[in-house]
Write a protein that binds this ligand. Structure first.
Ligand code: CMP
Length: 380
Protein backbone atom coordinates (compact mmCIF):
# COMPACT_ATOMS: atom_id res chain seq x y z
CA UNK A 1 0.00 0.00 0.00
CA UNK A 2 1.35 3.42 -0.93
CA UNK A 3 2.58 5.46 2.03
CA UNK A 4 0.41 8.33 3.25
CA UNK A 5 -2.62 7.14 1.39
CA UNK A 6 -5.60 9.39 2.05
CA UNK A 7 -9.14 9.19 0.73
CA UNK A 8 -11.53 12.10 0.82
CA UNK A 9 -15.34 12.10 0.61
CA UNK A 10 -17.92 14.83 1.01
CA UNK A 11 -20.36 13.67 3.64
CA UNK A 12 -23.62 14.91 5.12
CA UNK A 13 -24.99 14.61 8.61
CA UNK A 14 -28.52 15.64 9.49
CA UNK A 15 -28.53 16.86 13.08
CA UNK A 16 -31.74 15.30 14.40
CA UNK A 17 -32.01 17.90 17.19
CA UNK A 18 -31.75 21.07 15.08
CA UNK A 19 -32.70 19.70 11.66
CA UNK A 20 -29.53 21.33 10.25
CA UNK A 21 -27.73 19.46 7.47
CA UNK A 22 -23.98 19.62 8.10
CA UNK A 23 -21.44 18.95 5.35
CA UNK A 24 -18.00 17.63 6.13
CA UNK A 25 -14.94 16.58 4.25
CA UNK A 26 -14.28 13.11 5.59
CA UNK A 27 -10.68 11.95 5.26
CA UNK A 28 -9.72 8.33 5.77
CA UNK A 29 -6.14 7.13 6.17
CA UNK A 30 -6.21 3.37 5.48
CA UNK A 31 -2.69 2.59 6.68
CA UNK A 32 -3.20 4.03 10.15
CA UNK A 33 -7.01 3.55 10.20
CA UNK A 34 -7.46 7.20 11.09
CA UNK A 35 -10.29 9.58 10.25
CA UNK A 36 -10.40 13.35 10.09
CA UNK A 37 -13.34 15.67 9.48
CA UNK A 38 -13.49 19.27 8.31
CA UNK A 39 -16.67 21.33 8.58
CA UNK A 40 -17.06 22.68 5.05
CA UNK A 41 -19.23 25.72 5.82
CA UNK A 42 -17.13 27.06 8.67
CA UNK A 43 -13.86 25.83 7.15
CA UNK A 44 -12.59 24.41 10.39
CA UNK A 45 -11.59 21.10 11.85
CA UNK A 46 -14.50 19.20 13.31
CA UNK A 47 -12.49 16.09 14.19
CA UNK A 48 -8.74 16.07 14.22
CA UNK A 49 -6.94 13.09 12.72
CA UNK A 50 -7.88 10.26 15.08
CA UNK A 51 -7.59 6.49 15.10
CA UNK A 52 -10.99 4.90 14.38
CA UNK A 53 -10.67 1.22 13.63
CA UNK A 54 -14.43 0.63 13.46
CA UNK A 55 -14.69 2.26 10.04
CA UNK A 56 -14.69 -0.49 7.43
CA UNK A 57 -12.94 0.55 4.17
CA UNK A 58 -15.50 -1.60 2.27
CA UNK A 59 -18.15 0.97 3.28
CA UNK A 60 -16.38 3.82 1.50
CA UNK A 61 -18.52 4.31 -1.60
CA UNK A 62 -21.01 6.91 -2.79
CA UNK A 63 -24.42 6.63 -1.16
CA UNK A 64 -23.02 4.61 1.73
CA UNK A 65 -23.73 5.53 5.35
CA UNK A 66 -20.76 5.27 7.70
CA UNK A 67 -20.91 5.72 11.44
CA UNK A 68 -18.07 7.80 12.88
CA UNK A 69 -18.20 8.23 16.64
CA UNK A 70 -21.98 7.57 16.71
CA UNK A 71 -22.66 10.05 13.91
CA UNK A 72 -24.11 8.67 10.69
CA UNK A 73 -22.51 10.30 7.70
CA UNK A 74 -23.89 9.81 4.22
CA UNK A 75 -21.15 9.88 1.58
CA UNK A 76 -22.54 12.08 -1.18
CA UNK A 77 -19.54 12.98 -3.39
CA UNK A 78 -15.92 12.13 -3.92
CA UNK A 79 -13.76 14.75 -2.24
CA UNK A 80 -10.95 14.60 -4.80
CA UNK A 81 -9.99 13.01 -8.12
CA UNK A 82 -7.60 10.56 -6.48
CA UNK A 83 -10.43 9.11 -4.39
CA UNK A 84 -12.75 8.98 -7.41
CA UNK A 85 -10.15 7.15 -9.50
CA UNK A 86 -9.36 4.67 -6.77
CA UNK A 87 -12.88 4.05 -5.47
CA UNK A 88 -15.22 4.30 -8.45
CA UNK A 89 -14.17 0.99 -9.96
CA UNK A 90 -14.20 -0.67 -6.53
CA UNK A 91 -17.84 0.15 -5.93
CA UNK A 92 -19.86 -0.83 -8.96
CA UNK A 93 -23.49 -1.49 -8.07
CA UNK A 94 -26.10 -3.82 -9.44
CA UNK A 95 -29.70 -4.67 -8.73
CA UNK A 96 -30.29 -8.21 -7.55
CA UNK A 97 -33.67 -9.78 -7.00
CA UNK A 98 -34.63 -13.06 -5.37
CA UNK A 99 -37.78 -14.05 -7.24
CA UNK A 100 -40.94 -15.59 -5.71
CA UNK A 101 -39.87 -19.18 -6.52
CA UNK A 102 -36.65 -18.78 -4.50
CA UNK A 103 -38.07 -16.63 -1.70
CA UNK A 104 -38.09 -19.61 0.67
CA UNK A 105 -34.35 -19.89 0.03
CA UNK A 106 -33.69 -16.19 0.70
CA UNK A 107 -31.38 -16.93 3.66
CA UNK A 108 -29.19 -19.30 1.63
CA UNK A 109 -29.01 -16.87 -1.28
CA UNK A 110 -28.17 -13.88 0.94
CA UNK A 111 -25.48 -16.00 2.55
CA UNK A 112 -24.01 -16.83 -0.88
CA UNK A 113 -24.05 -13.09 -1.68
CA UNK A 114 -22.17 -12.23 1.53
CA UNK A 115 -19.68 -15.08 1.14
CA UNK A 116 -18.92 -13.91 -2.42
CA UNK A 117 -17.74 -10.52 -1.16
CA UNK A 118 -20.69 -8.30 -2.08
CA UNK A 119 -21.84 -5.58 0.23
CA UNK A 120 -25.62 -5.31 0.49
CA UNK A 121 -26.15 -1.55 0.55
CA UNK A 122 -29.94 -1.63 0.21
CA UNK A 123 -32.52 -4.35 0.69
CA UNK A 124 -36.26 -4.46 0.70
CA UNK A 125 -38.80 -7.24 0.55
CA UNK A 126 -41.82 -6.39 -1.58
CA UNK A 127 -44.78 -7.96 -3.32
CA UNK A 128 -45.13 -6.43 -6.77
CA UNK A 129 -48.47 -5.96 -8.49
CA UNK A 130 -48.69 -7.25 -12.08
CA UNK A 131 -48.49 -3.62 -13.28
CA UNK A 132 -45.34 -2.96 -11.22
CA UNK A 133 -43.78 -6.16 -12.55
CA UNK A 134 -44.62 -4.95 -16.09
CA UNK A 135 -43.01 -1.61 -15.31
CA UNK A 136 -39.85 -3.29 -14.00
CA UNK A 137 -39.62 -5.48 -17.11
CA UNK A 138 -40.75 -2.74 -19.55
CA UNK A 139 -37.86 -3.58 -21.92
CA UNK A 140 -39.50 -6.96 -22.54
CA UNK A 141 -42.95 -5.47 -23.31
CA UNK A 142 -44.58 -7.29 -26.25
CA UNK A 143 -42.37 -10.38 -26.00
CA UNK A 144 -44.23 -13.70 -25.90
CA UNK A 145 -43.03 -14.63 -22.38
CA UNK A 146 -43.86 -11.34 -20.68
CA UNK A 147 -47.36 -12.26 -19.47
CA UNK A 148 -46.09 -15.43 -17.80
CA UNK A 149 -43.15 -13.48 -16.39
CA UNK A 150 -45.27 -10.69 -14.84
CA UNK A 151 -47.78 -13.23 -13.47
CA UNK A 152 -44.87 -15.05 -11.86
CA UNK A 153 -43.16 -11.93 -10.52
CA UNK A 154 -46.39 -10.77 -8.89
CA UNK A 155 -47.24 -14.20 -7.46
CA UNK A 156 -45.27 -13.79 -4.22
CA UNK A 157 -42.68 -11.82 -2.35
CA UNK A 158 -39.46 -10.62 -3.95
CA UNK A 159 -36.23 -9.54 -2.26
CA UNK A 160 -34.66 -6.53 -4.00
CA UNK A 161 -31.06 -5.65 -3.16
CA UNK A 162 -28.50 -3.15 -4.30
CA UNK A 163 -25.18 -4.99 -4.27
CA UNK A 164 -21.81 -3.23 -4.29
CA UNK A 165 -18.49 -4.81 -5.28
CA UNK A 166 -15.71 -4.38 -7.83
CA UNK A 167 -17.31 -5.53 -11.11
CA UNK A 168 -20.60 -6.20 -9.28
CA UNK A 169 -22.75 -6.54 -12.44
CA UNK A 170 -20.68 -9.30 -13.99
CA UNK A 171 -19.82 -10.93 -10.68
CA UNK A 172 -23.51 -11.27 -9.72
CA UNK A 173 -24.47 -12.60 -13.16
CA UNK A 174 -21.74 -15.21 -12.79
CA UNK A 175 -23.02 -16.22 -9.37
CA UNK A 176 -26.61 -16.62 -10.61
CA UNK A 177 -25.62 -18.43 -13.84
CA UNK A 178 -27.38 -18.69 -17.23
CA UNK A 179 -30.99 -17.37 -17.53
CA UNK A 180 -32.42 -20.86 -18.11
CA UNK A 181 -32.12 -22.90 -14.92
CA UNK A 182 -31.92 -26.15 -16.94
CA UNK A 183 -28.99 -24.77 -18.91
CA UNK A 184 -27.49 -23.53 -15.62
CA UNK A 185 -27.64 -27.06 -14.18
CA UNK A 186 -25.72 -28.33 -17.20
CA UNK A 187 -23.18 -25.52 -17.47
CA UNK A 188 -22.86 -23.97 -14.00
CA UNK A 189 -24.21 -26.49 -11.46
CA UNK A 190 -23.05 -24.45 -8.48
CA UNK A 191 -24.88 -21.32 -9.64
CA UNK A 192 -27.94 -20.00 -7.83
CA UNK A 193 -30.29 -20.51 -10.78
CA UNK A 194 -29.08 -24.12 -11.08
CA UNK A 195 -29.75 -24.73 -7.39
CA UNK A 196 -32.96 -22.81 -6.86
CA UNK A 197 -34.68 -22.26 -10.24
CA UNK A 198 -36.84 -24.43 -12.51
CA UNK A 199 -36.72 -23.14 -16.08
CA UNK A 200 -36.23 -20.00 -18.16
CA UNK A 201 -38.95 -17.93 -16.49
CA UNK A 202 -38.98 -19.47 -13.02
CA UNK A 203 -35.28 -18.86 -12.62
CA UNK A 204 -34.84 -17.82 -8.95
CA UNK A 205 -32.82 -14.62 -9.37
CA UNK A 206 -32.47 -11.50 -11.46
CA UNK A 207 -29.38 -9.40 -12.14
CA UNK A 208 -28.95 -6.16 -14.09
CA UNK A 209 -27.08 -6.56 -17.36
CA UNK A 210 -25.26 -3.21 -17.70
CA UNK A 211 -24.45 -0.06 -15.68
CA UNK A 212 -27.34 1.99 -17.13
CA UNK A 213 -29.94 -0.73 -16.46
CA UNK A 214 -28.45 -1.27 -12.99
CA UNK A 215 -28.99 2.43 -12.24
CA UNK A 216 -32.56 2.31 -13.60
CA UNK A 217 -33.44 -0.87 -11.74
CA UNK A 218 -31.94 0.35 -8.44
CA UNK A 219 -33.97 3.51 -8.93
CA UNK A 220 -37.14 1.45 -9.54
CA UNK A 221 -36.84 -0.12 -6.09
CA UNK A 222 -34.95 2.47 -4.06
CA UNK A 223 -35.29 5.82 -5.84
CA UNK A 224 -36.54 8.82 -3.85
CA UNK A 225 -40.26 8.68 -3.23
CA UNK A 226 -40.53 5.16 -4.62
CA UNK A 227 -41.96 2.27 -2.67
CA UNK A 228 -43.07 -0.47 -5.07
CA UNK A 229 -44.43 -3.77 -3.77
CA UNK A 230 -45.46 -2.49 -0.36
CA UNK A 231 -46.28 -5.55 1.78
CA UNK A 232 -49.50 -5.70 3.80
CA UNK A 233 -48.56 -6.23 7.43
CA UNK A 234 -50.33 -9.08 9.17
CA UNK A 235 -51.66 -9.46 12.73
CA UNK A 236 -49.84 -11.67 15.23
CA UNK A 237 -46.43 -11.10 13.70
CA UNK A 238 -43.24 -10.22 15.52
CA UNK A 239 -40.14 -8.20 14.76
CA UNK A 240 -36.65 -9.59 14.35
CA UNK A 241 -33.75 -7.19 13.95
CA UNK A 242 -30.53 -8.69 12.67
CA UNK A 243 -28.12 -6.44 14.51
CA UNK A 244 -25.36 -4.40 12.83
CA UNK A 245 -22.49 -6.56 14.08
CA UNK A 246 -23.97 -9.60 12.28
CA UNK A 247 -24.80 -7.67 9.10
CA UNK A 248 -21.22 -6.30 9.04
CA UNK A 249 -19.83 -9.83 9.53
CA UNK A 250 -21.86 -11.13 6.56
CA UNK A 251 -23.85 -13.50 8.81
CA UNK A 252 -27.37 -12.15 8.06
CA UNK A 253 -28.08 -14.91 5.50
CA UNK A 254 -27.31 -17.67 8.02
CA UNK A 255 -29.67 -16.11 10.56
CA UNK A 256 -32.45 -15.64 8.00
CA UNK A 257 -32.04 -19.24 6.84
CA UNK A 258 -32.56 -20.52 10.39
CA UNK A 259 -35.61 -18.28 10.78
CA UNK A 260 -37.05 -19.58 7.50
CA UNK A 261 -36.70 -23.17 8.72
CA UNK A 262 -39.62 -22.65 11.10
CA UNK A 263 -41.22 -19.24 10.37
CA UNK A 264 -42.47 -17.17 7.47
CA UNK A 265 -40.69 -13.87 6.76
CA UNK A 266 -43.44 -11.54 5.55
CA UNK A 267 -41.68 -8.16 5.22
CA UNK A 268 -38.13 -6.90 5.47
CA UNK A 269 -35.76 -4.03 4.91
CA UNK A 270 -32.25 -2.75 5.57
CA UNK A 271 -32.04 0.33 7.78
CA UNK A 272 -29.40 2.75 8.98
CA UNK A 273 -30.86 3.90 12.29
CA UNK A 274 -29.82 7.24 13.67
CA UNK A 275 -29.53 7.82 17.41
CA UNK A 276 -33.01 9.24 17.76
CA UNK A 277 -34.66 6.33 15.96
CA UNK A 278 -32.66 3.71 17.87
CA UNK A 279 -33.40 5.36 21.24
CA UNK A 280 -37.07 5.73 20.35
CA UNK A 281 -37.33 2.10 19.27
CA UNK A 282 -35.59 0.85 22.43
CA UNK A 283 -37.44 3.29 24.71
CA UNK A 284 -39.21 0.51 26.68
CA UNK A 285 -35.83 -0.73 27.94
CA UNK A 286 -34.79 2.71 29.15
CA UNK A 287 -36.15 2.48 32.67
CA UNK A 288 -35.54 -1.25 32.94
CA UNK A 289 -31.84 -1.46 32.08
CA UNK A 290 -28.97 0.44 33.71
CA UNK A 291 -28.31 3.66 31.73
CA UNK A 292 -24.93 2.39 30.54
CA UNK A 293 -26.46 -0.78 29.08
CA UNK A 294 -29.23 1.19 27.39
CA UNK A 295 -26.68 3.52 25.79
CA UNK A 296 -24.59 0.56 24.62
CA UNK A 297 -27.67 -0.97 22.98
CA UNK A 298 -28.41 2.30 21.18
CA UNK A 299 -24.76 2.55 20.16
CA UNK A 300 -24.81 -0.99 18.72
CA UNK A 301 -27.99 -0.32 16.74
CA UNK A 302 -26.50 2.82 15.21
CA UNK A 303 -23.07 1.34 14.48
CA UNK A 304 -24.04 0.15 10.99
CA UNK A 305 -26.89 -1.21 8.88
CA UNK A 306 -29.36 -3.63 10.45
CA UNK A 307 -31.96 -5.83 8.75
CA UNK A 308 -35.52 -5.73 10.09
CA UNK A 309 -37.81 -8.67 9.39
CA UNK A 310 -41.50 -9.17 10.01
CA UNK A 311 -41.78 -12.78 11.18
CA UNK A 312 -45.03 -14.75 11.10
CA UNK A 313 -46.12 -18.15 12.35
CA UNK A 314 -46.74 -20.53 9.42
CA UNK A 315 -50.22 -21.47 10.70
CA UNK A 316 -51.28 -17.94 11.54
CA UNK A 317 -50.81 -18.28 15.33
CA UNK A 318 -49.20 -15.45 17.30
CA UNK A 319 -45.48 -15.47 16.53
CA UNK A 320 -44.08 -13.38 19.40
CA UNK A 321 -43.53 -16.10 22.01
CA UNK A 322 -42.38 -18.92 19.69
CA UNK A 323 -39.94 -16.54 18.01
CA UNK A 324 -38.59 -15.45 21.40
CA UNK A 325 -37.83 -19.12 22.01
CA UNK A 326 -35.84 -19.29 18.78
CA UNK A 327 -34.01 -16.05 19.66
CA UNK A 328 -33.07 -17.42 23.10
CA UNK A 329 -31.99 -15.67 26.31
CA UNK A 330 -30.88 -12.04 26.01
CA UNK A 331 -27.37 -12.89 27.13
CA UNK A 332 -25.70 -15.30 24.69
CA UNK A 333 -23.45 -16.70 27.44
CA UNK A 334 -26.54 -17.86 29.28
CA UNK A 335 -28.06 -19.03 26.02
CA UNK A 336 -25.07 -21.22 25.23
CA UNK A 337 -25.75 -23.08 28.46
CA UNK A 338 -29.55 -23.11 28.48
CA UNK A 339 -30.53 -23.04 24.81
CA UNK A 340 -27.47 -23.75 22.66
CA UNK A 341 -29.50 -23.97 19.42
CA UNK A 342 -31.01 -20.48 19.84
CA UNK A 343 -30.00 -17.61 17.53
CA UNK A 344 -28.38 -15.57 20.28
CA UNK A 345 -26.42 -18.57 21.56
CA UNK A 346 -25.12 -19.25 18.05
CA UNK A 347 -24.49 -15.73 16.83
CA UNK A 348 -24.27 -13.47 19.88
CA UNK A 349 -21.02 -12.16 21.27
CA UNK A 350 -22.24 -10.53 24.47
CA UNK A 351 -25.41 -9.06 25.96
CA UNK A 352 -25.27 -6.00 23.67
CA UNK A 353 -23.95 -7.60 20.50
CA UNK A 354 -26.37 -10.47 20.99
CA UNK A 355 -27.11 -11.14 17.32
CA UNK A 356 -30.79 -10.34 17.10
CA UNK A 357 -33.42 -8.23 18.75
CA UNK A 358 -36.87 -9.77 19.01
CA UNK A 359 -40.16 -8.42 20.33
CA UNK A 360 -40.55 -9.32 24.00
CA UNK A 361 -44.25 -8.84 24.72
CA UNK A 362 -47.12 -10.19 22.58
CA UNK A 363 -48.85 -6.80 22.58
CA UNK A 364 -45.71 -5.12 21.19
CA UNK A 365 -45.36 -7.33 18.08
CA UNK A 366 -47.57 -5.20 15.87
CA UNK A 367 -46.16 -1.95 17.31
CA UNK A 368 -42.55 -2.89 16.63
CA UNK A 369 -43.36 -4.22 13.15
CA UNK A 370 -45.23 -1.01 12.36
CA UNK A 371 -42.38 1.12 13.64
CA UNK A 372 -40.06 -0.33 11.02
CA UNK A 373 -42.41 -0.87 8.12
CA UNK A 374 -44.74 2.10 8.23
CA UNK A 375 -42.84 4.81 10.11
CA UNK A 376 -39.13 4.57 9.31
CA UNK A 377 -37.67 5.04 5.84
CA UNK A 378 -35.47 2.21 4.54
CA UNK A 379 -31.96 2.94 3.28
CA UNK A 380 -32.22 5.20 0.23
P1 CMP B 1 -34.29 -11.96 -15.62
O1 CMP B 1 -32.84 -12.01 -15.43
O2 CMP B 1 -35.15 -11.54 -14.50
O3 CMP B 1 -34.60 -10.98 -16.86
C1 CMP B 1 -35.71 -11.12 -17.69
C2 CMP B 1 -36.49 -12.34 -17.38
O4 CMP B 1 -37.39 -12.76 -18.39
C3 CMP B 1 -35.55 -13.51 -17.25
O5 CMP B 1 -34.80 -13.41 -16.07
C4 CMP B 1 -36.50 -14.68 -17.32
O6 CMP B 1 -37.17 -14.88 -16.09
C5 CMP B 1 -37.50 -14.17 -18.36
N1 CMP B 1 -37.16 -14.65 -19.72
C6 CMP B 1 -36.22 -14.18 -20.52
N2 CMP B 1 -36.22 -14.83 -21.72
C7 CMP B 1 -37.21 -15.73 -21.68
C8 CMP B 1 -37.74 -16.68 -22.59
N3 CMP B 1 -37.24 -16.82 -23.83
N4 CMP B 1 -38.76 -17.44 -22.20
C9 CMP B 1 -39.27 -17.30 -20.96
N5 CMP B 1 -38.83 -16.41 -20.04
C10 CMP B 1 -37.81 -15.62 -20.39
Amino acid sequence: MAANLRYCFISEWLDPASGILWKYQLFYYPESKEVEMVDIKNRRHFLKRTKYEELKPSLLFLGSVVTVFSRQLKLTEYGDEFTRNRMESQSERTLAMIKPDAYKNMGKIINAICQSGFLISKLRIGKLSKEEAGEFYAVHAGKPFVDRLTDFMSSGRVVAMELVAPGAIRKWRELIGPTDSNQARAEAPGSLRAQFGTDKTFNACHGSDAPDTAAEECNFWFGPGRYPGKCDLAAGTTLCLVKPHLVADGAAGLVIDLIQESFEVTAGGLYNLDRNAAAEFLEVYKGVLPAGDFNSMVEQLTSGACIALEVADRDGADAVEPFRQLAGPLDPELGRVLRPASLRARFGLDAVRNGVHCTDLPEDGVLEVNYFFTILPTAS
